[in-house]
Ligand binder design. Structure first.
Ligand SMILES: [Zn+2]
Length: 180
């Protein structure tokens, strides 16, 4: 995470990806010379479509929940605040879905920038141990607890969507416990 970003949020992570893309534009398959894969390794042409798909997902969910929401902001990373503002009065399940999308995107943005450390603080949804490791080839987090295996003896693995759902659900339980 770049210094100066005070809060580690989906918006900050998206801003980071977006700025990187602007500073290192990829105009398409290079003709004549191969695009450099060195400096910008994990951040390349796919980054732009990743940013666009993320923003689109947030906008679509917000408009689904609140068809009267005004035009989304032009700045990509402003879309989370815009969404929160215009789903504030939505039913709890919808707001929780929005929070889960935002948190999943926070993980996705971080991993796309090569920062897999964001996985470590999560407990395994199956055995509750700390010890999840990101597996880039599978695009899943794998539990390194040797006792945490399925019936076939394979380690349990989880998608970012599963981790996000679990994380937001637990946050909600904590908030509810504090409120009572
Ligand atoms: Zn486990």
């Amino acid at each position: 995470m770049a210094q100066g970003d005070t809060q580690d949020t989906a918006a900050a992570r998206l801003k980071h990806l977006n700025e990187f893309f602007r500073e290192h534009p990829v105009t398409g398959p290079a003709v004549g010379h191969a695009p450099s894969r060195s400096a910008s390794a994990p951040l390349s042409l796919g980054t732009l479509s990743h940013v666009q798909a993320s923003v689109r997902e947030v906008i679509e969910h917000t408009m689904d929940v609140n068809p009267d929401a005004p035009m989304p902001p032009a700045r990509a990373d402003a879309v989370y605040d815009w969404s929160r503002e215009h789903t504030a009065n939505a039913p709890e399940a919808e707001r929780q879905r929005a929070e889960t999308i935002e948190y999943r995107q926070y993980l996705e943005h971080a991993i796309r920038a090569g920062d897999v450390k964001v996985i470590r603080p999560h407990r395994c949804p199956e055995c509750r141990c700390l010890g999840l490791m990101w597996q880039d080839d599978m695009q899943r987090a794998l539990c390194t607890n040797s006792a945490c295996v399925d019936r076939g003896g394979f380690s349990h693995t989880f998608t970012l969507s599963q981790l996000a759902t679990e994380h937001i659900q637990r946050q909600k339980n904590v908030r509810r416990a504090r409120a009572t």
